[in-house]
Ligand binder design. Structure first.
Ligand code: PAF
Length: 290
Protein backbone atom coordinates (compact mmCIF):
# COMPACT_ATOMS: atom_id res chain seq x y z
CA UNK A 1 0.00 0.00 0.00
CA UNK A 2 1.42 3.40 -0.95
CA UNK A 3 0.18 6.05 1.47
CA UNK A 4 -1.11 9.39 0.27
CA UNK A 5 1.53 12.00 1.18
CA UNK A 6 -0.11 15.25 2.26
CA UNK A 7 2.20 18.23 2.77
CA UNK A 8 -0.45 20.87 3.24
CA UNK A 9 -3.61 21.35 5.27
CA UNK A 10 -5.64 21.34 2.04
CA UNK A 11 -4.12 18.04 0.88
CA UNK A 12 -4.71 16.56 4.32
CA UNK A 13 -8.35 17.68 4.35
CA UNK A 14 -8.88 16.08 0.93
CA UNK A 15 -7.24 12.81 2.00
CA UNK A 16 -8.94 12.78 5.43
CA UNK A 17 -12.35 13.13 3.76
CA UNK A 18 -11.89 9.76 2.07
CA UNK A 19 -10.76 7.82 5.16
CA UNK A 20 -12.96 5.11 6.61
CA UNK A 21 -13.53 5.18 10.38
CA UNK A 22 -12.17 4.55 12.87
CA UNK A 23 -9.29 6.84 11.98
CA UNK A 24 -6.23 6.12 14.12
CA UNK A 25 -3.53 8.80 14.32
CA UNK A 26 0.12 8.12 15.11
CA UNK A 27 1.84 11.47 15.71
CA UNK A 28 5.60 11.30 15.05
CA UNK A 29 8.60 13.48 14.31
CA UNK A 30 9.71 11.02 11.62
CA UNK A 31 13.01 9.10 11.40
CA UNK A 32 10.81 6.06 11.99
CA UNK A 33 12.44 3.07 13.71
CA UNK A 34 11.28 -0.23 15.18
CA UNK A 35 9.64 1.57 18.10
CA UNK A 36 7.50 3.51 15.64
CA UNK A 37 6.72 0.30 13.78
CA UNK A 38 5.22 -1.02 17.02
CA UNK A 39 3.03 2.11 17.22
CA UNK A 40 1.96 1.66 13.61
CA UNK A 41 1.23 -2.03 14.14
CA UNK A 42 -0.96 -1.21 17.15
CA UNK A 43 -2.69 1.54 15.17
CA UNK A 44 -3.42 -0.92 12.38
CA UNK A 45 -4.94 -3.36 14.90
CA UNK A 46 -7.07 -0.62 16.45
CA UNK A 47 -8.24 0.55 13.02
CA UNK A 48 -9.37 -2.99 12.21
CA UNK A 49 -10.11 -4.20 8.72
CA UNK A 50 -12.44 -1.30 7.96
CA UNK A 51 -10.61 1.64 9.51
CA UNK A 52 -7.63 3.80 8.56
CA UNK A 53 -4.25 4.75 9.96
CA UNK A 54 -2.95 8.29 9.54
CA UNK A 55 0.63 9.22 10.49
CA UNK A 56 1.92 12.73 11.04
CA UNK A 57 5.60 13.47 10.47
CA UNK A 58 6.51 16.87 11.83
CA UNK A 59 9.60 18.03 13.70
CA UNK A 60 7.86 20.50 15.98
CA UNK A 61 9.99 23.60 16.63
CA UNK A 62 7.79 24.56 19.58
CA UNK A 63 9.04 21.65 21.70
CA UNK A 64 12.76 22.36 21.19
CA UNK A 65 14.60 24.83 23.39
CA UNK A 66 17.51 27.08 22.41
CA UNK A 67 20.65 25.01 21.81
CA UNK A 68 18.71 21.74 21.43
CA UNK A 69 18.89 19.49 18.37
CA UNK A 70 16.10 20.98 16.22
CA UNK A 71 18.42 21.59 13.26
CA UNK A 72 20.19 18.25 13.35
CA UNK A 73 17.11 16.14 14.19
CA UNK A 74 17.05 13.41 11.48
CA UNK A 75 14.66 14.11 8.61
CA UNK A 76 14.10 11.02 6.46
CA UNK A 77 10.70 11.52 4.85
CA UNK A 78 11.18 9.19 1.87
CA UNK A 79 12.18 6.31 4.14
CA UNK A 80 9.37 7.18 6.56
CA UNK A 81 6.78 6.99 3.80
CA UNK A 82 8.18 3.58 2.78
CA UNK A 83 7.89 2.33 6.39
CA UNK A 84 4.32 3.64 6.52
CA UNK A 85 3.59 1.80 3.28
CA UNK A 86 4.86 -1.46 4.81
CA UNK A 87 2.66 -0.94 7.86
CA UNK A 88 -0.59 -0.29 6.05
CA UNK A 89 -0.80 3.46 6.65
CA UNK A 90 -3.34 5.26 4.45
CA UNK A 91 -2.15 8.87 4.80
CA UNK A 92 1.11 10.53 5.86
CA UNK A 93 0.68 14.17 6.86
CA UNK A 94 4.08 15.86 6.64
CA UNK A 95 3.66 19.63 6.82
CA UNK A 96 6.50 22.13 6.89
CA UNK A 97 6.81 24.51 9.85
CA UNK A 98 5.11 27.36 7.94
CA UNK A 99 2.13 25.15 7.15
CA UNK A 100 1.78 24.06 10.76
CA UNK A 101 2.43 27.49 12.25
CA UNK A 102 1.38 30.14 9.70
CA UNK A 103 1.84 32.60 12.57
CA UNK A 104 3.62 32.20 15.90
CA UNK A 105 0.87 30.88 18.22
CA UNK A 106 -0.46 33.35 20.79
CA UNK A 107 -2.52 30.67 22.49
CA UNK A 108 -0.80 27.50 23.66
CA UNK A 109 -1.68 24.61 25.97
CA UNK A 110 -0.64 25.02 29.59
CA UNK A 111 0.53 21.59 30.82
CA UNK A 112 -0.08 22.50 34.48
CA UNK A 113 2.08 21.53 37.44
CA UNK A 114 3.15 18.16 36.02
CA UNK A 115 4.53 19.97 32.98
CA UNK A 116 7.00 21.86 35.17
CA UNK A 117 8.63 18.70 36.53
CA UNK A 118 11.21 16.30 35.06
CA UNK A 119 11.18 16.92 31.29
CA UNK A 120 9.49 20.27 31.93
CA UNK A 121 12.21 21.29 34.38
CA UNK A 122 15.13 20.27 32.18
CA UNK A 123 13.51 21.29 28.90
CA UNK A 124 11.52 24.45 29.67
CA UNK A 125 8.67 24.83 27.18
CA UNK A 126 8.88 21.21 26.03
CA UNK A 127 5.60 20.00 27.53
CA UNK A 128 3.72 23.10 26.39
CA UNK A 129 5.17 22.65 22.88
CA UNK A 130 4.18 18.99 22.74
CA UNK A 131 0.62 19.53 23.94
CA UNK A 132 0.14 22.48 21.62
CA UNK A 133 1.22 20.57 18.52
CA UNK A 134 -0.71 17.47 19.56
CA UNK A 135 -3.94 19.41 19.96
CA UNK A 136 -3.31 21.04 16.57
CA UNK A 137 -2.72 17.62 15.00
CA UNK A 138 -5.92 16.36 16.61
CA UNK A 139 -7.80 19.35 15.17
CA UNK A 140 -6.36 18.87 11.70
CA UNK A 141 -6.66 15.09 11.47
CA UNK A 142 -9.80 14.54 13.64
CA UNK A 143 -8.83 11.02 14.80
CA UNK A 144 -11.03 8.64 16.76
CA UNK A 145 -7.96 7.14 18.44
CA UNK A 146 -4.35 8.33 18.79
CA UNK A 147 -1.39 6.09 19.63
CA UNK A 148 1.61 7.13 21.75
CA UNK A 149 4.64 5.27 23.08
CA UNK A 150 5.23 4.53 26.76
CA UNK A 151 8.86 5.54 26.34
CA UNK A 152 7.71 9.17 26.52
CA UNK A 153 5.76 8.43 29.69
CA UNK A 154 5.37 12.02 30.83
CA UNK A 155 4.19 13.08 27.37
CA UNK A 156 1.70 10.20 27.38
CA UNK A 157 0.35 11.15 30.83
CA UNK A 158 -0.01 14.81 29.86
CA UNK A 159 -1.74 14.00 26.56
CA UNK A 160 -4.18 11.73 28.39
CA UNK A 161 -4.86 14.44 30.93
CA UNK A 162 -5.31 17.08 28.23
CA UNK A 163 -7.81 14.90 26.39
CA UNK A 164 -9.76 14.33 29.62
CA UNK A 165 -9.58 17.90 30.93
CA UNK A 166 -10.49 19.49 27.60
CA UNK A 167 -13.07 16.84 26.62
CA UNK A 168 -11.41 16.18 23.29
CA UNK A 169 -13.22 12.87 22.84
CA UNK A 170 -10.24 10.94 21.46
CA UNK A 171 -9.17 7.54 22.80
CA UNK A 172 -5.48 7.44 23.68
CA UNK A 173 -3.74 4.09 23.23
CA UNK A 174 -0.29 3.36 24.66
CA UNK A 175 2.36 0.99 23.28
CA UNK A 176 5.16 -0.50 25.43
CA UNK A 177 8.72 0.67 24.84
CA UNK A 178 10.67 -1.28 22.22
CA UNK A 179 14.29 -2.06 23.14
CA UNK A 180 17.24 -3.02 21.02
CA UNK A 181 18.98 -6.30 21.90
CA UNK A 182 21.38 -4.40 24.23
CA UNK A 183 18.44 -3.00 26.19
CA UNK A 184 18.64 0.57 24.87
CA UNK A 185 15.16 1.95 24.21
CA UNK A 186 14.72 2.68 20.51
CA UNK A 187 14.85 6.40 19.73
CA UNK A 188 15.58 8.53 16.70
CA UNK A 189 18.29 10.17 18.82
CA UNK A 190 20.20 6.86 19.19
CA UNK A 191 21.61 7.60 15.72
CA UNK A 192 23.68 10.38 17.24
CA UNK A 193 25.57 7.97 19.54
CA UNK A 194 29.10 6.76 18.75
CA UNK A 195 29.90 3.12 19.64
CA UNK A 196 31.51 4.24 22.94
CA UNK A 197 28.62 6.54 23.78
CA UNK A 198 26.19 3.73 23.15
CA UNK A 199 28.08 1.54 25.64
CA UNK A 200 27.59 4.27 28.26
CA UNK A 201 23.95 4.78 27.27
CA UNK A 202 23.26 1.14 28.16
CA UNK A 203 23.62 2.12 31.84
CA UNK A 204 20.16 3.70 31.63
CA UNK A 205 18.39 0.40 31.25
CA UNK A 206 20.69 -1.20 33.84
CA UNK A 207 19.75 1.55 36.29
CA UNK A 208 16.04 1.11 35.64
CA UNK A 209 16.28 -2.65 36.10
CA UNK A 210 18.23 -2.20 39.33
CA UNK A 211 15.54 0.20 40.58
CA UNK A 212 12.75 -2.13 39.54
CA UNK A 213 14.43 -5.05 41.32
CA UNK A 214 14.46 -3.03 44.58
CA UNK A 215 10.95 -1.59 44.23
CA UNK A 216 9.41 -4.17 46.57
CA UNK A 217 11.57 -2.64 49.31
CA UNK A 218 10.10 0.83 48.78
CA UNK A 219 10.68 4.05 46.88
CA UNK A 220 13.88 5.10 48.65
CA UNK A 221 15.56 1.73 48.01
CA UNK A 222 14.45 1.69 44.38
CA UNK A 223 15.85 5.17 43.77
CA UNK A 224 19.08 4.36 45.62
CA UNK A 225 19.62 1.22 43.51
CA UNK A 226 19.05 3.14 40.27
CA UNK A 227 21.33 5.98 41.45
CA UNK A 228 24.13 3.54 42.30
CA UNK A 229 24.22 2.36 38.68
CA UNK A 230 23.98 5.92 37.39
CA UNK A 231 26.90 6.94 39.66
CA UNK A 232 28.94 4.17 38.05
CA UNK A 233 27.89 5.47 34.64
CA UNK A 234 29.06 8.96 35.60
CA UNK A 235 32.58 7.51 35.86
CA UNK A 236 32.42 5.70 32.51
CA UNK A 237 34.29 6.98 29.47
CA UNK A 238 32.51 8.82 27.94
CA UNK A 239 30.53 9.66 31.10
CA UNK A 240 26.80 9.74 31.55
CA UNK A 241 25.55 13.08 32.89
CA UNK A 242 22.32 12.67 34.79
CA UNK A 243 19.46 15.16 34.48
CA UNK A 244 17.11 13.28 36.80
CA UNK A 245 16.02 9.93 38.13
CA UNK A 246 12.63 10.06 39.84
CA UNK A 247 9.49 8.17 40.71
CA UNK A 248 6.31 9.67 39.29
CA UNK A 249 2.63 8.88 39.54
CA UNK A 250 1.85 7.18 36.20
CA UNK A 251 -1.41 9.07 35.73
CA UNK A 252 -0.49 12.60 36.80
CA UNK A 253 3.30 12.55 36.60
CA UNK A 254 3.36 14.41 39.89
CA UNK A 255 5.48 12.86 42.64
CA UNK A 256 4.65 9.17 43.18
CA UNK A 257 2.43 8.37 46.15
CA UNK A 258 5.04 6.05 47.68
CA UNK A 259 2.92 2.94 47.23
CA UNK A 260 1.19 1.30 44.27
CA UNK A 261 2.16 1.75 40.63
CA UNK A 262 4.83 4.33 39.81
CA UNK A 263 7.01 5.22 36.85
CA UNK A 264 10.73 5.15 37.49
CA UNK A 265 11.94 7.72 34.97
CA UNK A 266 15.45 8.73 34.00
CA UNK A 267 16.95 11.34 31.69
CA UNK A 268 20.65 11.80 30.99
CA UNK A 269 23.13 13.04 28.44
CA UNK A 270 25.89 11.05 26.82
CA UNK A 271 28.13 13.27 24.73
CA UNK A 272 25.73 15.70 23.07
CA UNK A 273 22.82 13.23 23.04
CA UNK A 274 20.01 13.44 25.56
CA UNK A 275 18.20 10.18 26.30
CA UNK A 276 15.13 9.34 28.38
CA UNK A 277 13.78 6.00 29.52
CA UNK A 278 11.43 4.60 32.16
CA UNK A 279 9.97 1.48 33.65
CA UNK A 280 6.79 0.86 35.61
CA UNK A 281 7.26 -0.42 39.15
CA UNK A 282 4.94 -1.35 41.98
CA UNK A 283 5.78 0.16 45.36
CA UNK A 284 4.53 -1.75 48.40
CA UNK A 285 2.20 -0.36 51.07
CA UNK A 286 4.23 0.94 54.08
CA UNK A 287 3.51 -2.08 56.33
CA UNK A 288 4.69 -4.54 53.65
CA UNK A 289 8.22 -3.06 53.35
CA UNK A 290 11.02 -5.42 54.40
O1 PAF B 1 6.83 11.86 20.58
C1 PAF B 1 7.02 12.58 19.58
O2 PAF B 1 7.54 12.14 18.56
C2 PAF B 1 6.57 14.03 19.63
O3 PAF B 1 6.75 14.58 20.89
C3 PAF B 1 5.12 14.24 19.14
C4 PAF B 1 4.11 13.54 20.02
C5 PAF B 1 4.99 13.73 17.70
C6 PAF B 1 4.78 15.74 19.14
O4 PAF B 1 5.65 16.46 18.33
Amino acid sequence: MTPVLAGSRAALAAARGGLASPVVLVPTMGALHTGHRALLGRARELAGAGGSVLVSVFVNPLQFGPGEDLDRYPRTLDEDVAVCGDEGVAVVFAPGPGEMYPAAPMVTIDPGAAGERLEGEFRPGFCRGVLTVVVKLFGLTRPDIAVFGEKDAQQLALVRRMVADLDLGIDIAAVPTVRDSDGLATSSRNHYLSADERETARFLWRALRAGRDEAASGAAKALAAARAVLDEAACAEPPLRLDYVALADPRTFLEAAGHGPAVLAVAARVGSTRLIDNVTVTLPPPQARP
